[in-house]
Design a protein around this ligand. Structure first.
Ligand SMILES: O=C(O)CCC(=O)C(=O)O
Ligand SMILES: [Fe+2]
Length: 190
């Protein structure tokens, strides 16, 4: 069993908020972000062909957020006889695996150097960085929005270089799923 009630923690509020905004935008009004895998890739990392089938709810879409270096993403069919298509995934791209694609085989055979490096923008003195005014945003999941705004500002001012040095040679993928069916409150009562 991949998912158990005895081994779980609270889903991060900011990622829940981001997933909710995307779900609403795409028309998936019932989507709830309940589990996420964070994949860390070095330049020589690969992820072999697999399907994501451990969730109780296999109808809900899967949202895949990518940052940093680029990747070749292969997506095939429900079995390995289908020849896959290749997509180039760049930093900031979101792959949505929904409907037929939800249970298709996929893989990451290659990480490629990004041609664009948006993380360097923060080296320039405060150009292009707009911290939104949280008073005008209605958050659904984020409870302490002031804290998030504060840590964003602090990270930009003091800690950004650490992330920038890391991401120059890495790719981070956050793979968000709904686990339970609608009206289901725990993994035990399916
Ligand atoms: O890194 C990616 O783009 C895909 C990751 C993935 O397929 C997974 O976590 O199941
Ligand atoms: Fe996957």
């Amino acid at each position: 069993m991949v998912y158990t009630e005895s081994n779980k923690s609270k889903f991060p509020e900011d990622l829940a908020e981001l997933s909710d905004v995307l779900a609403k935008y795409l028309g998936y009004s019932d989507f709830t972000a309940e589990a996420a895998i964070v994949n860390y890739y070095h330049m020589n990392s690969t992820l072999s062909a697999h399907t994501d089938h451990s969730e109780v709810n296999l109808k809900a879409p899967l949202f895949s957020f990518s940052f940093g270096q680029s990747a070749i993403f292969l997506i095939g069919g429900r079995d390995k006889s289908v020849e896959p298509s290749a997509l180039l995934i760049n930093s900031g791209d979101i792959v949505v695996m929904s409907k037929e694609a939800r249970l298709c085989y996929h893989a990451v055979p290659k990480i490629l150097p990004a041609t664009d490096s948006p993380w360097d923008v923060l080296d320039a003195p405060k150009t292009g960085i707009i911290i939104p005014d949280n008073k005008n945003i209605n958050f659904k999941y984020v409870s302490q929005s002031e804290d998030i705004m504060l840590s964003m500002t602090e990270n930009i001012d003091n800690k950004w270089h650490r992330f920038r040095d890391y991401i120059k040679e890495s790719r981070i993928n956050m793979n968000v799923r709904q686990v339970l069916n609608e009206n289901q409150t725990s993994i035990l009562t399916q």
